[in-house]
Design a protein around this ligand. Structure first.
Ligand code: FAD
Ligand code: UDP
Length: 393
């Protein structure tokens, strides 16, 4: 008998397995339908010996000291700040849009204050800011929106930015300074020996058994367990009873080149001209030294593995119905990007699972307290109504 079965060996499931095993002495069975741990962050050495990310580039960044300290128990880090260029009007210019972007694109030499005025002159104020179109047009106006966001977003989501929640393009800020970094978080590092190695360390606890190539549906009636943590798609758990939550998928095309590097930076985005959205060159991310170099192209598509929840009001509404249903099922917890239908980064998923661990522990303590309380009450009742008239038990 396992205390917990956890479906999904990505960050959401693995962090909970580790906490429950090491902090609460629970016996955990962690299963995944794939043939590896790590979920979408799984990395491996390809046939040329280059470390690549099977499900697209994963760059770790967080402002949470708590999350960083937690993961630091399982990995050393390699400091890495990601830089992205966008291919626009025949040039490669920095994205997020900043002072350098404007100066390169328009052949100008504006100061930071002048760039700020440039944006004010172009921006069209739209209130309330509801959609992904509103966010960008508010910040930089239509022209830059069309060059950098409209086409990319259409490719990535098969939706116009006006059909997506503001939160999607709000992930990419606008800057008036020369900061070319993609992220500005306090902690920006890659696991020194890769994500898979870090997951091996997270799961190296005798209370954790890992079973791969196994879906929850296969074992749910076979392996006895008290509680379930489900990190797969919440609509799949409930047999799509309220309909299918839409997810966006990707196809990854890998190439290895006989060159030290083929790009000048980690990622190049192609907002307009290509069928793919971006090309990422892994050696920038991993710091690996190798005579060859591997890149991955991302082609968005509708069918396939569910990678991205699609943030828009009708989908959020359907998710809320599943969430309400989930609350009625005892001993089953949902977490992670698919389990809670949230467009979360890795650090947010780790934070979410650490919080859920605390909640589970509190609930268990409350249940035990209730059982103990019920025991005392039963005893009092027995004393009161003892048919023998005795005051002893
Ligand atoms: P997942 O990693 O998806 O793990 C869920 C696991 O559950 C999967 O392995 C799946 O096989 C398994 N599963 C599902 N259903 C079942 C079932 N019924 N039975 C058994 N197993 C099941 N985040 C960042 O912070 N930085 C980045 O640079 C970044 N880049 C990304 C790039 C791409 C292309 C994508 C798609 C995501 C990126 N992310 C990034 C987000 C990151 O991948 C997620 O935040 C994180 O991996 C989510 O972890 P998870 O455990 O919730 O989900
Ligand atoms: N985006 C865009 N152009 C870009 C980069 C991003 O239009 O050059 C939009 C697009 O809608 C994308 C979203 O902003 O899906 C979030 O970008 P991010 O780089 O965070 O996407 P992720 O890494 O999660 O795929």
């Amino acid at each position: 008998m396992f205390d917990f079965v956890i479906a999904g060996a990505g960050f959401a499931g693995s962090v909970l397995a580790e906490r429950l095993a090491s902090q609460a002495n629970k016996k955990v069975l962690l299963i995944d339908k794939r043939n590896h741990i790590g979920g979408n962050t799984f990395d491996y050495y390809n046939s040329d010996g280059i470390l690549v990310h099977k499900y697209g580039p994963h760059i770790f960044h967080t402002n949470s000291r708590n999350v960083f300290d937690y993961l630091s128990m399982f990995t050393e880090w390699r400091p890495y700040e990601h830089h992205v260029l966008a291919s626009v009007d025949g040039q490669l210019v920095p994205i997020p849009i900043n002072q350098n972007t404007v100066n390169c694109l328009y052949g100008l030499d504006l100061t930071s204050e002048e760039v700020s005025a440039f944006f004010s002159g172009k921006s069209e104020k739209k209130y309330p800011v509801k959609t992904s179109e509103d966010v960008v047009i508010n910040a930089v106006g239509k022209e830059l929106y069309e060059k950098f966001f409209k086409g990319y977003t259409k490719k990535q989501w098969d939706l116009d930015p006006s059909e997506l929640d503001a939160s999607v393009t709000a992930r990419v800020p606008t800057r008036t300074n020369r900061d070319n970094r993609y992220f500005t978080d306090i902690y920006q590092s890659m696991p020194l020996h890769g994500y898979t190695k870090m997951f091996e360390n997270i799961l190296a606890h005798p209370n954790i058994k890992v079973m791969l190539n196994t879906s929850y549906e296969e074992i749910k009636n076979v392996i006895p367990h008290v509680s379930l943590i489900f990190t797969g798609a919440i609509d799949s758990y409930f047999d799509y009873c309220y309909g299918r939550l839409p997810y966006r998928s990707l196809e990854f095309k890998f190439e290895t080149h006989d060159a030290d590097f083929i790009q000048s930076t980690g990622t190049v985005n192609y907002p307009n001209t290509q069928a793919y959205t971006r090309i990422t060159e892994f050696k920038y991310l991993t710091g690996q030294k190798h005579a060859k170099t591997s890149v991955v192209y991302e082609y968005p598509k509708a069918e396939g593995d569910p990678y991205y929840p699609i943030p828009r009001p009708e989908n959020n509404k359907m998710y809320k119905k599943y969430e309400t249903l989930a609350e009625t099922v005892p001993h089953v917890y949902f977490t992670g990007r698919l389990g809670t239908y949230k467009y979360y980064n890795m650090d947010q998923v780790v934070g979410q699972s650490l919080t859920l661990f605390k909640r589970i522990m509190q609930q268990e303590a409350a249940t035990e307290h209730k059982i103990a309380g019920a025991g005392i009450e039963a005893k009092l009742v027995n004393l009161k109504y003892n048919p023998n008239g005795s005051t002893t038990e």
